[in-house]
Each structure stands twice: as C-alpha cells, then as structure tokens.
Design a protein around this ligand. Sequence first.
Ligand code: C2O
Ligand code: CU
Length: 455
Amino acid sequence: MINRRKFIAASVATAIVRPTLASPSVVPLKASVAPVQLAPEGYDTAELWCFDGRSPGPEIRVAQGGSVVRQFQNNLPEPSSVHWHGLRLENAMDGVPGLTQDVVMRGETFDYNFTAPDAGTYWYHSHNRSWEQMARGLYGPLIVEEPDPLDIDQDVTLVFDDWRLDETGALSGNYGTLHDNAHGGRIGNLVTVNGKMEERLQARSGERLRLRLINSANARIFDLGWQGMTGWIVALDGMPLETPQPAERVILAPAQRADLVVDIVQSEDPAVIYMAEDGQGYVLADVAVSAGTRTVRKTSPKLPPNPVPDLTRAPEGEVVAVLMEGGAMGGMRMATHNGQEVSMQDLVQLGMAWALNGVAGLTDKPLFSSDRNALHRVQFINRTAWPHGMHLHGHHFREVMNDGSLGPWRDTLLVGRNETRDIALVANNPGKWLLHCHMLGHQAAGMKTWFEVSV
Ligand code: C2O
Ligand code: CU
C-alpha cells in the first residue's frame, strides 16, 4: 500500500523538471531562538526569539508602491505568524491567526507578499501569543521609502524596547500573568534602543538627521525628548503631518511611531532622552559630534502626502461606541466571554480582565460591519484606571478633536484613563480587521474586537 504522503512526494518529484528549492525569489524571514547579550557585560545572555537571528529583526526597506516579499520560516518552539503593523495591505496578508490565516506551525512556512502603498516608518511583529513572543523579541522595523528622499544627511531607525530580565541577565519568565495583564502590562526593568542599552550615533555639526522612532515594547509608554538638536515631528505612525511640528518631546504608546527631522546644533551632548515616570531623564541614544562644515538648513522638512482616503470633516450621524472596562481598580462586575455571562471573579479564572462593550475577547460578531468606503465615527470611552493604546488593523484614522477638526493620521491612539476620544475612519479596505489594545497583556486578557469591511 502506498500512502498518500508518499504518493504525493513521488508525483511531485517526477513533475518537477527544474529545481525550485532555493529559488532566488524566496527571501526568507526566519524566526528562531538565539542568545543575545541584553544586560551589560558580565551578565548572562538572554535567549531571545529573533527574526534572522537578531532582535530587532532585520530592517526591511522597500520603495513606496513596491512589494514586500518574505517567506516566513518558523523555527520557534511554537506556532507563530507575522503582522505588518500599520500597512494598509490586503487582508489575507495581515498575519492574524484565526482571522486572516492559520498559525504557522514549527517547521512550516508562510509566504507573505503584498504592496506597500504608503511611505513611512512601520514595523512587523509576531501576532500569535504576542504578549509572550514579542516580549521575547520577535519584531523588526519596516521602512517604506518616499520616491523623492528628504534632504537629510542620515536616516536612522531607533527601536525602543523594554525587557524584564532576572538577576542573571536572562529573560524572566512568567509571561502573561494575570497581575500584569490586569494592571499596566509587562513593564520591564531594562530599556534598550536597537537591542542595546545605549545607542551611539555619529554626526558632523550642522547635519540634518531623520530619526525614525518605534516603540516595540509590550506595555511601556515612552515619553521622549531630545537635546542638542532642534527638531520637527514630520510623521506619526508612518503618515506625514500636513505641516511639520517643531517639537521637543513626543509620547509613544506601544506600537506608535514618530519620524523626526533634527539638526545637530550643539557640539556637546546631543541625545534622545527618555523621561521616565520617576522624573529622571535617561539618555537612550547620543550623538558623537565631529566638527562639521555643514551649515544648518533653514528650510522646514516636509514629506509628500500618502494616498490616504479623502477625509477632511468629522463624520456626522451614528457613532460606533467602544466602551472600555475592566482591569485593576476598574470595578467591572461581569462581561460576556465565549457567549456566556461571566462574573469578574470567574473571568479572572479564565485569564480575562478587560471588556469592550461588555465582551471579553473575540466573538463571531464584529464590532461593526461596513460597506466599502463608508465613513465612521468610533468613540473610545475609557472607563478604566489605565491608559490604552488602541490600534486598528488595515486602516489609518484621524482623531476628531473637541473643536470638530481632525487630528493627524494614525493607526494607534493612546486613550488615557477616563478619557473619551473619537476617531474618524474611512473603511476602505475589505476584510476582517482587528481592533485591540496594543498593551499586549490587555489584548491577551480580553481587550480586543474586530470589524468587517465588505468587498
Ligand atoms: Cu501591532 Cu494587532 O498589532
Ligand atoms: Cu490596554
């Protein structure tokens, strides 16, 4: 008896006339475990989950309108997937197990291939058990280049993360504890930039740098400032601002990005500084300045717009409310989970701590279903004691400000405790899309839903 597997193998073998293994069109993106020195010399290495052997994974760069083509190869001990955060891509490539694809088992592959419509700073990360896989390092930057580059001297990506290490320098275990998930998430004890405790840049005096800041942390909000350089925020979450904003500070919730253009105006101590909750400033990246001949440019840097939908006025009419409840000190009494009314006490036993519109975790029913290109106003009502970085897949949106004007295009909005914030959205990308908190422990403990856009 010939079994089916052998039979297929045999027929494939005879059908192949030229070798297709190691075809040059396959560009691998390989996830595996690798030892990385995170803590200072003298401490142990940490076993990280890496793309192509490092964390952050390799910087993927494509031209705007070009294709991202990667064969995800899973060599991790458990199933995974890759989500391309902030890209307005086709639904089948969004990398969400159970919604847009099956998980990729250990030893298996998945071919990602999609067009990048918008220039800007994006990133990719695991979307399976992300609270653990990303805490172990499974993410990397994705840069989509404008056809006409900005007039700058250097283009620098700074990926911020926050790790929880034990006293040996290894990753401390206990991923997704209920305590973390019901509070601020997995806050760590070591902050890194590009996987290092301190990043050192080199520049000549007067040079103009583009800094692409990415918060890849599970839970930590980075309040960032800079000194020794004057800067503009030119883009948020990948999308150019209509007018670059002179700034000295930017707050990044998990998953948010900001593009800065800075001029090195001082020869001493230019640096990017993290303003921590303890009131202290910590230098995360500094710049070694050599004497330069460049004169500081006077022009303000402006990026060309991306092909975003037409959205210039706040939508009127029906509001899609998203009531956010739960968590420690939240007073939530019960929620629906898997179709059952469950008390808070029992929810906690099930690992749930948060609810959106009274529902903890995903159900078959979307938050809303939309005709293609319909305009929506979504209202986040945060009745919890915690801030949340609310992220929509497949779309960017604009915040509806109090005066009715529209804020910058974003894909993740930081909604502070007890705040109510509205966004305007053109649902123009067909498919099933997640909407969730990007504090990954909150997502794991119920703070997620989805919406559907018809073809
Ligand atoms: Cu960074 Cu569901 O995504
Ligand atoms: Cu949250």
